[in-house]
Each structure stands twice: as C-alpha cells, then as structure tokens.
Write a protein that binds this ligand. Structure first.
Ligand code: VGL
Ligand code: ZN
Length: 199
C-alpha cells in the first residue's frame, strides 16, 4: 500500500519575517523538496483563516498573542493574525516544490474553531475530510514534516496514529514555536500515541 508524505503548513507567515514566524522555519524547505522525490503521494496542508478568525488575539479585547483563552471546545492559544485567506502570508514558501502535490488541504477556515490538525478541527470531532481521502486512495502509512512541530505537526501526527495510520515524523524536517514547554509536551504526546519520531 502506498505511503503519503504530508507537508504541514510550510507557509510564509510561519517563516522568518512572517506574522507567526517559527525560528529557522525556512531551513527545512530544501530537505522537504528532496524528500518528496521518494514518495508516490505528496499532500500539502495550508493554514487558511478568514480575517477576524476567533484564534486571533486581536478578536479578544484585553488579550495578547500567546495568551490562553477558553473556547466552547476547550482551551485555545491566541495567536497573532496569521495565514489570512488570500494574503501573501498564507502563501507557501516560494522555494517549496508545490507541483508534486496531489492534494492541497486547507484547514482553519471555520471562523469559530481553530484547526491545528489536518484531520480534525480543534473541537476534536469536526473532520477535514483527509481521513476519507487517504483511505479511499488506499494509503495506510504517513510521513509528516513541516511547521510547527509542537502544534500542527503534533496534532496531525497524533490524530493520524489514533486513526490507525502508521505514522512517522521526521523531526529534522520540522521546526517548533516552543513556548511554555510546548515542544516537550508535543514530543511526549506523539510518543504516547505511537508516532515514530525519526531524524
Ligand atoms: C499553527 C498556530 C496557529 C501551525 C497554525 O501550523 O503549527 N500554529 N496556526
Ligand atoms: Zn493558524
């Protein structure tokens, strides 16, 4: 059965100079491009928020970016405005090879719910459709790379493993935001879910 490479959120806003820059986020692009050559299926994800998204601190008076708030679906980190639909920051890093992608999956478009995972929104129940796409194509193994290790890569990998996909994260081709212990927590969560961490 084929294996897919899932490239998470390699977008301008998560790279140096972007609105939610991940340190060294652009350093992984050449390695990801090279890795694509070995996979029969390549899927890209794109964080894709409407302006005024509920995960933006700007929508919560008195709150600053990186503070926590309580949403109907649970705790939510509040972010700087980022990856607004159609903005340059939402675009893929210009050096990322996007032509190899069979599918570009957008997520985070629901104004009321964030979506770190490529499989489920942050209510942990609303599906994005990716599971059905993979299963109907007969894909049962996934390798994940991209940004950020501790948020969208972590949530996507944990969901993938829980759904029964044999899941590997190439940590050398990921970079983390890493605040408040988020990277260590993500590593534990991925290991506990049975995700293979490889470098
Ligand atoms: C991400 C925070 C907010 C990510 C997306 O791609 O890891 N992090 N939106
Ligand atoms: Zn986002």
């Amino acid at each position: 059965m084929p294996e897919a490479l899932l490239v998470i959120d390699v977008q301008n806003d998560f790279c140096p100079g972007g609105a939610l820059a991940v340190p060294d986020g652009d350093a992984i692009v050449p390695g990801i491009n090279a890795l694509m050559a070995g996979f029969p299926v390549v899927i890209l994800t794109q964080d894709w928020h409407p302006a005024g998204h509920s995960s933006f601190a700007s929508q919560h008076p008195g709150k600053a970016p990186m503070e926590l708030t309580e949403m109907p679906y649970g705790p939510q980190v509040l972010w700087p405005d980022h990856c607004v639909q159609g903005s340059p920051g939402a675009g893929f890093h210009p050096d990322l090879t996007i032509d190899r992608a069979d599918l570009i999956l957008r997520k985070g478009f629901n104004p009321a719910i964030d979506s770190y995972s490529a499989f489920f929104e942050n209510d942990r129940t609303t599906p994005t459709g990716l599971e059905g796409y993979l299963r109907t194509r007969g894909i049962d193994r996934l390798t994940l790379v991209g940004l950020a290790t501790d948020f969208c890569v972590n949530y996507s990998a944990v969901d993938a493993a829980r759904l029964g996909f044999a899941t590997t994260v190439r940590t050398d081709l990921c970079r983390a935001i890493d605040f408040g212990g988020s990277l260590a927590a993500a590593q534990t969560a991925m290991q506990d879910a049975g995700v293979q961490l490889a470098a």
